[in-house]
Design a protein around this ligand. Structure first.
Ligand code: BGC
Length: 929
């Protein structure tokens, strides 16, 4: 291919430092660099690269030309990086076709171990009400309605604190980096302008061990003379109400702030701006609770308080507080932001006479509005996810957080309100107190999430399947706000089991590498003395109390997150560091599991024969576990509050040993990747013993497994818990169980992610498709048919009789079929970690007319699109003319530079290709749906 003048054949895109584009706050001494290559030529590989790093135009590291094809993890090996410095880096790449390219980017370092000059400060305030960890606080026990509609009912809530830190800039500024964090949540501005658009800083983490501070580049916002930093400080996760019960004060009962600004003048001298010098006041935000919502009185606005000229002589000085610094870690990672805003779909009056705003989509976020009003109007917005059977506004959520409400008291004139320290899970808003007739254009819905990039796209000829993938995306967005959460309304909690189940899909849809890697740091921080990984991370006090009730801080499947998620991340993004970083914690977790298996014996142990006694030490079959949580048949039409937990009790004995097998298998693979040969052998052997013990203990010679539930068969097959001889019988029993259940799945949290793979891999593709196309309850399309716009916690959240259950309508767990659809229907599979080698193997016979799927892998965009052409080759030659036929299929595949792919063509032949766009048209056997 000839190069035209001025045209480069090779391009370098997406330069990242520690998986981030131009990050501020890099805390690693040896960060890694990565980039994506694009070439106009086919079959292109990187032959060599060279990385250079500069500190203020001065070269500090030159890697020299490295003959390597590695483009996803080049480690910085130059001199020690300095704290709070801006660095520029560049990479030159030579490919194997004789082309080369160069590109550059930047990063700003964290404080590293530089001591803070600034003090923690507390504004004068009443402590928030609610003892730390008080299980029955605020009258908000499970199911009890705390109606906050009366204006004076916010007992124990404290107003937002407004802080000002005036300072002088004396000379022309070269650099200015401000570091800030809070006990609570804060918003900062420099001379009235926010240095970035993040929300809810410092976000949630395991505060006692990890409290993120943010690094702001503020040079552009300063001016010579008088300046001011202004800060709003709210309750957040520190003092606010959290969890199902609405417990307050999980970390403390007062809010605090810490900030240090470092100004470097052009003449080389420096100045510091410190939180110590802050003064504080209260203002219009009377209440700002993350869950409950805000109450804002516009009549109390502090006009001009964010300007340097404002007279703050009546404000009070803050007091210094003794809080630790050793838990502080810079947040270089992607912040929470508004990621999308749109006008609601409709405003209507429901059968109860209530004015209801419909977003048209269930979201996590908030609603802003503009209104013309006289002073003193009390506008209330109550948020909920569904309408009741009769189309009326209803609060379906159990627990304290059903009352998600924002209250705004108007000032005079045209005004806009947008909440800042809360977010809700909602589709509908009941509106009261609006002056005149509300119109959709008066409102804007804002979607809030950690603002990572979408990397997947998926479209088929079936609109319902497309809606399902969309719903999965929406639930992921709603539940990746700082940490992976279970749901955005009731709990906003880092339930670990939900992540175990959903992480593979999560990694397909959005670039969650840095996000999940960061959260794993919290998992390590929360690992208990004996190796338990808690069921909720960060492990809030209120969840510790729930666990005390159940008698365990962890559970199978939930704690296994420490093994499965690093593995999922490694497979999706190809970086071994995540395995290395978590390896110690994984081993500690496995030791805990092994200890339980070896030392805690099931009831009746004394009477077991010797063989049975002997194998107990390989079975993790005691203690509390959530097991195959929420088995649909046990919940369906069962409104007993105990129904949910009964699913745990009914399945835990068999699910826990299956997960012991799951994690020992992964451990042997992880140890192999890390070159830990001895460990690899050890876990392989242990895994074999666990599997044998399971078969002997739980599987009958006819393939029946104890508890005889669908999910158990799925887990047994997934983890090879039976001999090859028994396998067909177990598969048969699973198919029977599906048949007995009306052709519907009956899998709980821990087995549902595997059911489609297990069926596909055991020669039962038909059964898998049947589950996918199924529309009866429970099924994925049942939800779609019932108007779902997100994934539900329970399949029957809308019952067949139209009644609404008190489950969440925004739990991503059952969205775990998402990655199967990418892998099976579009056929995008990683043959090597990070898609360095790809397998493209679409299911042309799945019954769809076309599928288009793409994934932006760490090497670039993988794209597959296949389509049945309109030409039939006739039914005569089909094996079963009722369900099968032959059809011509066009296939187009794009393979990124620096990778290769094996493509399974419509005629079944395999073809190995390098990078570039490839097209085929062939006949294949197809299913008639
Ligand atoms: C959460 C789940 C979680 C479960 C534990 C629920 O309240 O919402 O998603 O995993 O508890 O079993």
């Amino acid at each position: 291919m000839l190069k035209k003048k001025g045209e480069e054949m090779l391009k370098i895109k997406e330069l990242k430092c520690e998986h981030l584009k131009n990050p501020a706050g890099i805390g690693k001494r040896n960060p890694i660099f990565s980039w994506i290559l694009e070439s106009d030529r086919k079959n292109t590989f990187q032959a060599a690269c060279q990385v250079k790093v500069c500190e203020e135009n001065e070269l500090i590291w030159d890697s020299g030309r490295m003959e390597t094809d590695c483009s996803i993890a080049c480690v910085y090996k130059g001199p020690e990086l300095k704290p709070l410095k801006s660095y520029q880096w560049s990479v030159t790449v030579w490919d194997d076709q004789g082309d080369s390219a160069e590109a550059d980017a930047g990063f700003i370092t964290a404080r590293f171990d530089r001591p803070w000059k600034a003090s923690w400060v507390e504004p004068e305030q009443e402590p928030a009400y609610g003892q730390k960890g008080d299980f029955h606080d605020v009258g908000a026990t499970m199911g009890v309605h705390t109606d906050l509609r009366g204006l004076d009912d916010y007992k124990g809530f404290q107003p937002v604190q407004y802080l000002r830190i005036p300072f002088e800039v004396k000379k022309p500024v070269k650099h200015a980096f401000f570091c800030a964090t809070a006990h609570g949540v804060y918003e900062i501005a420099v001379n009235g302008i926010a240095p970035d658009d993040r929300l809810l800083a410092p976000e949630i983490s395991s505060y006692h061990k990890i409290l993120q501070y943010q690094v702001y580049d503020a040079a552009g916002l300063l001016r010579e003379g008088k300046n001011v930093i202004s800060v709003k400080l709210g309750d957040g996760w520190w003092t606010g109400r959290v969890g199902c019960m609405g417990n307050a004060c999980q970390f403390g009962d007062t809010t605090a702030f810490l900030m240090e600004g470092q100004i470097e003048y052009e003449d080389g001298t420096t100045d510091h701006v410190l939180s110590d010098d802050a003064v504080s006041s209260t203002g219009p935000l009377l209440v700002a609770d993350l869950f409950v919502g805000e109450k804002y009185d516009a009549r109390k606005e502090l006009d001009g308080w964010e300007t340097a000229e404002y007279d703050d002589s009546s404000w009070k000085p803050v007091k210094k507080a003794e809080y630790p610094y050793d838990n502080l870690q810079a947040q270089a990672g992607t912040p929470i932001r508004i990621i999308r805003s749109f006008t609601p779909k409709a405003v209507f009056t429901d059968g109860n006479g209530d004015t209801v705003i419909d977003m048209g989509q269930n979201i996590a976020g908030f609603l802003s509005f503009t209104v013309d009003a006289p002073a003193g109007n009390v506008i209330r917005m109550e948020h909920a996810e569904v309408l009741d059977k009769n189309g009326c506004f209803c609060k379906n959520i159990m627990g304290a957080n059903k009352d998600q409400m924002d209250v705004y008291i108007t000032k005079d004139g045209r005004q806009t309100y947008q909440p800042c320290f809360t977010y809700h899970g909602f589709r509908y808003v009941r509106l009261t107190g609006w002056p005149g007739t509300p119109k959709t254009e008066d409102f804007t819905a804002h979607v809030v999430s950690t603002d990572v990039e979408d990397i997947g796209s998926f479209e088929t000829s079936d609109p319902k399947i497309n809606r399902l993938q969309k719903n999965i995306w929406w639930s992921q967005v709603a539940n990746t706000t700082g940490i992976p959460t279970d749901c955005p309304q009731r709990e906003k909690a880092g339930w670990t089991g939900d992540v175990t189940v959903y992480a593979p899909t999560m990694c397909f849809l959005r670039d969650e590498e840095e996000f999940l890697t960061r959260w794993l740091g919290n998992c390590r921080a929360e690992q208990q003395e004996h190796g338990e990984i808690p069921t909720v991370v960060p492990f809030l006090q209120c969840y510790k109390e729930i666990n005390t009730y159940y008698g365990s801080d962890t559970s199978c499947g939930w704690g296994d997150v420490i093994v499965s998620v690093p593995w999922n991340l490694y497979m999706a993004y190809g970086n071994r560091d995540v395995l290395k970083e978590n390896y110690g914690a994984m081993k500690k977790w496995m030791q805990y599991v092994q200890h339980c298996a070896e030392n805690e014996m099931p009831e009746g142990y004394e009477a077991f024969d010797e063989n049975r006694k002997e194998r107990q030490k390989y079975l993790w079959n005691t203690g509390f576990h959530y097991g195959d949580w929420l088995v649909p048949s046990m919940l369906k039409d069962n409104r007993d509050d105990m129904a949910m937990i009964n699913t745990a009790y009914a399945t835990k004995e068999v699910v826990a040993p299956a997960f012991y097998a799951y994690s020992t298998n992964l451990m042997s693979r992880i140890a192999e990747v890390l070159g830990e040969k001895e460990d690899c052998r050890y876990y392989k052997e242990l895994n074999a013993k666990v599997r044998q013990a399971f078969e002997a203990e739980y599987i009958d010679s006819d393939g029946h497994i104890k508890s005889d539930m669908q999910g158990i068969y799925v887990l047994a097959l997934k983890n090879d818990l039976m001999s090859e001889e028994l396998r067909p019988k177990v598969v048969r029993r699973l198919l029977e169980k599906i048949e007995e259940n009306n052709g519907c799945l009956d899998t709980g949290f821990l087995s549902v992610p595997f059911i489609m793979d297990v069926l596909t891999e055991n020669g039962c593709k038909d059964a898998a498709y049947r589950l996918l196309w199924q529309e009866k309850c429970p099924s994925w399309l049942y939800e779609v048919n019932n108007g779902a716009t997100t994934m539900w916690e329970s399949w029957a959240a809308v019952r067949e009789d139209g009644e609404i259950e008190k489950h969440s309508f925004n739990h991503y767990a059952y969205g775990c079929v998402g990655d199967w659809m990418y892998r099976e229907l579009a056929g995008i599979k990683a043959e090597e970690a990070g898609y360095r080698r790809i397998r493209i193997e679409p299911s042309y016979d799945c019954g769809l007319e076309y599928v288009k799927g793409s994934l932006k892998s760490p090497y670039g965009l993988i794209r597959v699109s296949w389509k049945k052409d309109n030409t039939w080759s006739g039914k005569d030659n089909a094996a079963d003319p009722e369900t099968e036929s032959r059809k011509s299929v066009s296939l187009e595949v794009a393979v990124p530079a620096n990778t290769s792919a094996v493509v399974v063509l419509p005629d079944g032949q395999e073809c190995r290709v390098g990078s570039g766009v490839w097209k085929w048209q062939q006949e294949t056997k197809v299913r008639v749906k």
